[in-house]
Design a protein around this ligand. Structure first.
Ligand SMILES: [Zn+2]
Length: 302
């Protein structure tokens, strides 16, 4: 029966509770949220429900995803979205902003000032085109963040305390890590994602030494739970795993640079050395990361 299968599809990509106020859609979980790009989330939208409203973090990649997120949100709360926080500029994470604003026109969109500036300089429209340009359905409209957040700030939105961390240039030069103070939960944005080679999407945006330092910083915050940009929320083992892998790749590149090897040779060697990680990480992204790391190691050595 058609209606049965439609109902079955309807329960995909639900918000799952992590505490009494924090919910996540595991966008990269192919079981609960099949990867129908631009229609289903592929990252992890997070809803933090307060006294009178909801803070939504990284709502997703398109107009269609934003509408789905609004629909799923309404099945867990009737409170309105009053704030949207974007962790960084990569398009999968924030292009759904406009769909959320359409449903909740009073919502204020927050991000780091550098993200706001980069969007003004044209990178926002680049991402709209890169992610949604070939989609045949309704066009995605860009809604840029309007309010800047900075490191150390404590945001209180309708009874929700969120501490803002910006540990310097890491996955991008403007990453925000968001601490839900009451629950000791840290939202990592693009800093830690699974199963992926770290920063494989846009390696030239990353500072790999900075990403290692920022991941250590996140671990040292000693949270109960960490929510990655993609992959499943977990305790400290999640950022520790990301750190271990990133350090293994980075030290491999450093060693090979000293031995004067070409970056493609290094990539081949690392794929063998790191074969134990194969079930966690998609190794196809390794080459671009190794090339960029090689450049950064080279620059650091002067
Ligand atoms: Zn990213």
């Amino acid at each position: 029966m058609v209606s049965t299968s439609l109902e079955a599809i309807d329960i995909y990509c639900k918000f799952e509770p992590l505490s009494d106020s924090v919910y996540v859609i595991n966008g990269s979980d192919s079981e609960s949220c099949p990867a129908k790009q631009l229609v289903h989330p592929v990252t992890n939208p997070v809803a933090i429900i307060g006294e009178n409203g909801v803070v939504l973090v990284d709502p997703g990649s398109s107009q269609q995803v934003g509408r789905l997120v609004v629909n799923r949100l309404r099945s867990i709360t009737d409170k309105p979205v009053i704030a949207i926080i974007n962790t960084h500029i990569h398009g999968l994470y924030w292009l759904a902003n406009d769909a959320i604003k359409q449903a909740y026109p009073g919502a204020v969109i927050y991000a780091h000032q550098i993200m706001i500036d980069r969007i003004k300089d044209g990178e926002g429209l680049f991402w709209v085109e890169a992610i949604t340009g070939n989609f045949k359905g309704d066009r995605t409209i860009m809604a840029a963040p309007e309010q800047a957040l900075s490191d150390g700030e404590l945001l209180n939105i309708n009874g929700i305390d969120i501490k803002i961390h910006h540990p310097g240039h890491a996955h991008t030069n403007h990453d925000l890590l968001l601490e839900v103070v009451k629950d000791k939960i840290l939202i990592l944005g693009g800093l830690v994602v699974e199963p992926e080679v770290p920063s494989q999407g846009v390696p030239q945006d990353a500072d790999f030494r900075g990403q290692i330092a920022a991941t250590k910083y996140a671990i040292n915050l000693d949270m109960e739970l960490y929510i990655p940009g993609q992959g499943f929320p977990q305790g400290q083992e999640l950022p520790r795993r990301g750190l271990q892998f990133l350090q293994a790749v980075y030290s491999g590149v450093e060693r090979s640079y000293q031995e004067d090897l070409q970056d493609y040779v290094i990539t081949q060697q690392l794929k063998v050395e790191l074969a134990g990680y194969e079930q966690w990480y998609d190794f196809s992204g390794m080459g671009a990361v190794v090339s960029e790391m090689y450049l950064q190691v080279e620059q650091d050595s002067f």
